[in-house]
Design a protein. Structure first.
Length: 103
């Protein structure tokens, strides 16, 4: 008789639903941690990453992450326009280095 009363009280225990909610939150937290770890712009990695948003569009943006430093370069929207003059010639040597010769 007493074992039957104990079994019925376990089925109606409100703390069991709280334990289930805690389990769900742990799964959600684990999924978020995996998403942050797999992101190339992860703030905890020391890698150098270059990312291009909207390539070829007038609102193109280049994001360069080097360790903790984050640089953003935005396109002005005008591609190949402007005034300028030829300033010199650059040559690539056999070893891969570049030499600039001003005119």
């Amino acid at each position: 008789m007493t074992s039957r009363l104990l079994e019925e009280s376990d089925a109606d225990d409100p703390i069991l639903s709280v334990v289930n909610l805690i389990d769900v939150f742990l799964v959600v937290i684990a999924a978020l941690l995996l998403a942050v770890a797999s992101n190339p712009m992860n703030p905890f990695s020391a890698d150098q990453v270059t990312m291009i948003k909207n390539p070829g569009q007038p609102n193109m943006e280049i994001v360069v992450k080097d360790g903790q430093k984050l640089d953003r370069y935005k396109s002005s929207g005008s591609i190949g326009q402007g005034e300028g003059a030829k300033a010199g010639i650059a040559y690539r040597l056999k070893d891969g280095s570049m030499v600039y010769v001003p005119e």
